[in-house]
Design a binder for this molecule. Sequence first.
Ligand SMILES: [Zn+2]
Ligand SMILES: [Zn+2]
Length: 319
Amino acid sequence: MLAYVLEGRHAALSAHRPRPVMDPAGFVRVRTRIAGICNTDLELIRGYMGFSGVLGHEFVGEALDGALAGRRVVGGINFGCDNCERCDAGDSRHCATRKVLGILGADGVIAEEFLIPERNLVEVPDTVTDVQAVFAEPLAAACEIIEQLGGTTRHRRTLVLGDGKLGLLIAQVLAVHGAEVDLVGHHLDELEWIEDARVNRLARTLPEKATAAYDLVVEATGSASGLAEALRATEPRGTLVLKSTVAGLHEIDLAPIVINEITVLGSRCGRMKSAVELLERTSIMTEPLIDSRRELSEAESAFARAQEKGARKVLLVNP
Ligand SMILES: [Zn+2]
Ligand SMILES: [Zn+2]
């Protein structure tokens, strides 16, 4: 079958990847309908996590086996061991020996078919389209912030730094949950639509007046310099949420965290169920986040496009 495979630091489309066979206990096969290219995939190609195998973790597909066979599905990307305290508590996201779809020890979704634990699947309701559902994984990562903050961001003066794909989802999710959201990013003039989601386009770079002005700041720039700006914007005793995973080491002055008693929250994957419910119940906009759609056989050019500056979500369709 067709699959986009990373070996070392070389990623390429293969036409001869063996089809997965339903073998590991509890796993089912899923046929990819649409896969999204994520910045994490680009980081993996640069050596982040040392991953080898089929790339891709953002998908909407059709289950081929199990109770949801024939249904449209999305799925959680962490495969827990099912045999430790964290897995028992229902949170495989932090299982110490987990595998992660297309990121760590498990082949991903940029292929005709892939394997995933059946319990990770969430059915997509009929009212949610494929091009909405393919955003469920990054949307779940945005929902995770709400969960970490205790379920609500009502009336919080909030700044989202970064108007990339994840930043735009985060800004919308926080606004849906009642926050007053300002957005800083380099593409604001192309983002008129985000005002309809009650997100205020503040400026291209953090203005002087924004210093210590926010009690909640989300760093989603994907760049190493974002953290220093985010710290500057956070008011004393405020909360700073870190969403960027940038490969490499950063030098940063941590004194403001201590002096201003800032709570720093690392934030990664969320629950797919929350994301699907949000897509069903609210008007989170995903269409403007799409850069282009290509067929799986055009994965090479799709990845080339995804690496260009300013590219939004590139989708791969398995026809
Ligand atoms: Zn991703
Ligand atoms: Zn476990």
